[in-house]
Each structure stands twice: as C-alpha cells, then as structure tokens.
Design a protein around this ligand. Structure first.
Ligand code: PDD
Length: 284
C-alpha cells in the first residue's frame, strides 16, 4: 500500500515525497514533532498536541509554517486520503534547509511534513497483557520538555529493551525515574495513590498524562506528582504508562521482577477505560 503523505503544502505518494538533504531536521535534529492518535477516523486531543507544538517551536525560535486550522484540515485530509480508521498522524517541523552551519540560517523556510500510520489502539493486545520494561539510565539532553526529533537516546533504550525480550524502557536519572522512553511513567502505591513525576524540563509534558490525571481527579482518585525510584516501583501495587500511541498500558514487569501479582492492575485498567470513553466523546 502506498500512503499519501504531506510535504510543505502538497499531498504526494510516499515514494515521491522529497525534502532537501540539507534539511536541518536531518543534519542537526533541528526540529520538533507531534504524534496525534486517530480512532474511528477522528482526532484525539488534537488541540493539546497543537498547544505543545507551538510551545516546542517557540522554545527553539522556529516559526509555525502554517496556521493550526490549516494543519487540522491537513490531518483530516490525510485521514480521508489514506482511509485511516485507527492509528496515528506524525507531524514534524524542522527549521528548514540551508547550507550546513550551526547558527540559525537567514531566510530558511521551515519544513512541515505529516504522515499516517495504521495502528491498533482501542483493542491493542498489549493493553490486555501489559508490558515488560527494563530500566535504563536517562542519557538525554536537559530540555526534554521540548518534543525534539533528537531521539537517539530513546532509540538505544528501546533497542536494549527489545534485546532483553521486553517492550520498553523506563529511564532513570540519579536513581529517580524520569519517564518511559516514549511515554510517561506511573506507579500506584499500596494506598492506591497514583504517583507520577512532576512537570519540569526533565520530562515531556504528556498530553495523555494531562487528560488521564484530570479524569483520575474527577473520579476522586488520589494523585501525587513526585519522583519515584525503580526500587519503589518494584514494590508498587501497579505500574503503567501513558502516551498518544498507547493511551494507557499496564506495566507488569520491571527488570524481570513482577509488579503486584504480575497482571494488569485495576487502576490502570480503569484509567484506560475512562480515557478511551472520554476520547471517543470528544473526537475532533
Ligand atoms: N511519544 N514522554 C516522551 C519522552 C514521549 O516521547 C512521549 C510521546 C510521551 C507522552 O506524551 P503524549 O501523551 O503527549 O503522547 C512522554 C510519542 C507518542 C512518540 O514519540 O511516538
């Protein structure tokens, strides 16, 4: 199947899509991205993803090449052209193409690309079985709040997880978990308190995290935004992750040790249901 993708205002077959070899996204990882999920042909949390996109761009002084209404229309057009019922839309904006030199170039036009990926989200098998993770030192840069395309550290972490027969990696710094390699990380204590690291430059401010915590609060669940160690996670009642491409996945094993009784926990399972119901009711 050949997808239709979006490159700087044009819809083109994926094998005809072109960007410059001098693109600074390619040369310097000088760009940012967003991943928005699609269920039943509609967008989940689109506005939140666009707010974070604008923030990431602002932090790097990259101009938004199109207005958000046009970007939303392009998302819908890609859904239509690719007949996408369930999956994600990847969007990337780089500073554009210019002869290789480190400082910002004068007059470069930002590059905007988007493409669809089919993915099972509502009935994802891993949501039922839960995932196994390993812990890996967080070797990323100090501005993880910016959704930068510089993803070599998560690439290495996920490869290490794969080689260990696991699904993902939880990253730690000075003994404390920052987040998952491409998701936010949570534990549930034996007092049923949901614990996840507080927002700072150390983690990405997850759009799914925001929605899940709001729903949990609404249902009267207790939340503590603070750092926790792998040691504490191993003793926890439950663990789970959130992201646009997973919604909520239970974590059943960390470093080959079972969490709780080694099966998806009730709070993670409940939060997944709440998130999905809310997403379905608010598709855009
Ligand atoms: N990753 N933390 C990191 C490091 C991430 O890369 C992501 C998202 C998240 C969760 O954010 P959100 O809930 O807004 O998706 C947290 C995307 C899905 C990816 O890189 O594919």
């Amino acid at each position: 199947m050949t997808r239709t993708v979006y490159v700087n205002g044009q819809y083109v077959p994926e094998d005809k899509a072109q960007i410059s070899i001098f693109d600074r996204g390619f040369i310097f990882a000088d760009g940012v991205y967003e991943v928005t999920s699609v269920i039943k042909g509609g967008l989940v949390d689109f506005e939140g993803h666009m707010e974070r996109l604008k923030r990431s761009l602002r932090e790097l002084s990259i101009a938004l090449p199109e207005n958000i209404a046009d970007i939303k229309e392009a998302h819908h057009e890609l859904i239509k052209l690719n007949n996408l019922d369930e999956g994600v839309i990847y969007l990337q904006i780089s500073r554009g193409a210019a002869d290789r030199d480190f400082p910002f170039p004068d007059g470069a036009m930002p590059t905007l690309i988007m493409f669809t990926q089919e993915k099972s989200l509502l009935d994802a098998p891993l949501a039922k079985t839960g995932i196994k993770v390993i812990s890996v030192e967080d070797i990323r840069w100090a501005r993880r709040d910016i959704k930068s395309v510089g993803l070599l550290a998560p690439v290495l972490a996920k490869q290490a997880a794969k080689e260990a027969g696991c699904h993902d990696a939880w990253l730690y710094q000075d003994d404390y978990v920052t987040e998952g390699s491409s998701n936010n990380a949570y534990i549930v204590t034996h007092d049923n308190i949901i614990v996840t690291r507080q927002l700072s430059n150390d983690i990405l401010h997850g759009i799914t995290r925001y929605a899940v915590l709001a729903l949990a609060k609404e249902k009267g669940m207790k939340i503590e935004e603070r750092a926790f160690t792998i040691e504490e996670a191993l003793q926890a009642k439950e663990a789970f992750i959130t992201s646009a491409s997973t919604f909520v996945y239970p974590v059943i094993e960390i470093d080959q040790q079972s969490i709780g009784n080694g099966t998806p926990g009730p709070i993670a399972t409940r939060l997944r249901e709440l998130y999905i119901d809310n997403a379905l009711a608010n598709l855009s």
